[in-house]
Design a protein around this ligand. Structure first.
Ligand code: ADP
Ligand code: MG
Length: 393
C-alpha cells in the first residue's frame, strides 16, 4: 500500500478532517438500530484526539436531495451516539462549509461532527469549488470510509486533492491491506466463492475473479444460470436466460476452474414451511425452485475450501434466510471458519449469513463495504484510494 496513514502523521495541534462512514440504519422514529459503523469509526477519531488534534468528522447519511436540509437525514442521532462512545461532547455543526470561522476556534482534544455531507450542493459530483472550501477547513484530511471509496465525491475525492496533507484512517488501511493480501499476492490455491441472487449484478466480478483465482465456486441464483450454461435444468428457479451465453463463455475460457452444482435442494415455493426435496440436477422438474445447493455439491465444495491457501467469499449459496434452504451456506461458512487459509468475506447478505451462523470471529477479515468491496474484487481502481496514493508520492 502506498497511501500515507493517519498513524504515521504528526497531528499535534493540527486540525484533522475525518471522512467516516456513519451511515447507520435507523427505525421510523429515527433511532439507530445498529451502531457498528459508528463504533468502527471510533479508533481513528480517538487516535487523532489522543495525539492532540482538533478533530472534525463528517459522513453521508441516507440520500437527501442536495442543497436542502431534511431533519430525517440529520446526523443528530449519530452525534449523540458518538458522544456516548467517546465519552466527550460532540457538537453538531450545521453550516460548516459557508458558516464562517468556526474551525479556527476548534481546540486540540475536542471533536465536532459536521452535518451530513450530502446536504451540500456539489458533494456527489465532486464539485471543485466545494472541495476547495472543505479542504481549507483542515491541515490534515483523513479518509476512513472504505464503504464509499468507489465514489468520487467532494468529501471522498476532491478534498483529498486540495488538503495540505491527505492520508488513510485505520479502518481504511486495514480494509485495503486485507483485500490486497487476498488478491495481489495470495497464498495458493486461491478459492473464490460467488453466490447470491443474480449474475447480472456480479458479472464483472465473476469475469475478473475467473482469471485470477484457481477455483471459482458459483452459488445461489448465480449458480442456476451456470447450470443452464452447462446444459442442466433449473425449472422455475431464479436464473437469467439472457446471461447464459456469458456464463458459458466463462466456463469455456477456464475449463475445470468453475465447478457447477450437481444436486440441489428444491421446493415449489420460497417459504420456511415449504416441503423440500433433494434432487440431482437432471431430475429437476419444470415447476421446481432450486433454493439451496445439494449435499453432494456441498461436500465437493467443502473439500476445495479445505485445501485453499486464500478464500474470498461473496454471496450466499441459497435462500439461507429460511431454515430449509440454509444448510449449504451454513456448511460453507463453517468450512471457511475451520480452514487455516487467509479468508475474506463481504457483501450485505453474506455478512448477515456469517452472523447468523456465528462464525464471524473465525474469518480473517470481514468487509462491511458492499459496492466498494465488489469493485475492489473486480480489480477496479477506486477513486478515493487512487487520490490518496497520488498524494503520498
Ligand atoms: P450479497 O449481499 O452478500 O452480495 P446478494 O445480494 O447478491 O448477496 O444475494 C443475496 C440473496 O440471494 C439472499 O437474499 C438469498 O436469499 C438470495 N438467494 C440465494 N440463493 C438463491 C436462490 N437459489 N434463489 C433465489 N434467491 C437466492
Ligand atoms: Mg445483497
Amino acid at each position: 500500500m502506498t497511501m500515507q496513514r493517519l498513524a504515521d502523521v504528526d497531528v499535534r495541534g493540527k486540525r484533522v478532517f475525518i471522512r467516516a462512514d456513519l451511515n447507520v440504519p435507523q427505525d421510523d422514529a429515527g433511532r439507530i438500530t445498529d451502531d457498528t459503523r459508528i463504533r468502527s469509526s471510533v479508533p481513528g477519531i480517538r487516535d487523532a484526539l489522543a495525539r492532540g488534534a482538533a478533530v472534525m468528522v463528517t459522513s453521508h447519511l441516507g440520500r437527501p436531495a442536495e442543497g436542502t436540509f431534511t431533519s430525517t437525514d440529520s446526523l443528530a442521532p449519530v452525534a449523540e451516539r458518538l458522544s456516548a462512545l467517546l465519552g466527550q461532547p460532540v457538537p453538531l455543526i450545521r453550516d460548516w462549509v459557508d458558516g464562517g470561522e468556526w474551525h479556527r476556534r476548534l481546540a486540540p482534544g475536542t471533536v465536532v461532527l459536521l452535518e451530513n455531507c450530502r446536504f451540500n450542493a456539489g458533494e456527489k459530483n465532486d464539485d471543485e469549488s466545494l472541495a476547495r472550501k472543505m479542504a481549507s477547513l483542515c491541515d490534515v484530511y483523513v479518509n476512513d470510509a472504505f464503504g464509499t471509496a468507489h465514489r468520487a465525491e467532494a468529501t471522498t475525492h476532491g478534498i483529498a486533492k486540495f488538503a495540505p496533507l491527505a492520508c488513510a484512517g485505520p479502518l481504511m488501511a486495514a480494509e485495503v491491506e486485507a483485500l490486497t493480501r487476498a488478491l495481489a499476492n495470495p497464498r495458493r490455491p486461491l478459492v473464490a466463492i460467488v453466490g447470491g441472487a443474480k449474475v447480472s449484478t456480479k458479472l464483472t466480478v465473476l469475469r475478473a475473479l475467473a482469471s485470477k483465482v484457481d477455483v471459482l465456486i458459483v452459488g445461489g441464483g448465480i449458480a442456476n444460470t451456470f447450470i443452464l450454461a452447462a446444459g442442466g435444468r433449473v425449472g422455475k428457479s431464479l436464473a437469467e436466460s439472457e446471461l447464459v451465453g456469458e456464463a458459458k463463455a466463462i466456463l469455456d475460457a477456464f475449463p475445470g476452474k468453475v465447478p457447477v452444482p450437481i444436486d440441489a435442494v428444491v421446493a415449489k415455493r420460497v417459504a420456511a414451511d415449504a416441503p423440500v426435496k433433494l434432487k440431482a440436477i437432471e431430475d429437476i422438474d419444470a415447476d421446481d425452485l432450486i433454493l439451496d445447493v445439494g449435499p453432494q455439491s456441498v461436500a465437493a465444495l467443502v473439500l476445495l475450501v479445505g485445501k485453499a491457501g486464500t478464500i474470498v467469499w461473496n454471496g450466499p449459496l441459497g435462500v439461507f434466510e429460511h431454515a430449509p434452504f440454509a444448510a449449504g451456506t451454513k456448511a460453507l461458512a463453517e468450512a471457511i471458519a475451520a480452514s487455516s487459509a487467509f479468508s475474506i468475506a463481504g457483501g450485505g447478505d453474506t455478512v448477515a449469513a456469517i452472523n447468523t451462523f456465528g462464525v464471524a470471529d473465525r474469518i480473517s477479515y470481514i468487509s462491511t463495504a458492499g459496492g466498494a468491496f465488489l469493485e475492489f474484487l473486480e480489480g477496479r481502481k477506486l477513486p478515493a484510494l487512487a487520490i490518496l496514493e497520488s498524494r503520498a508520492n
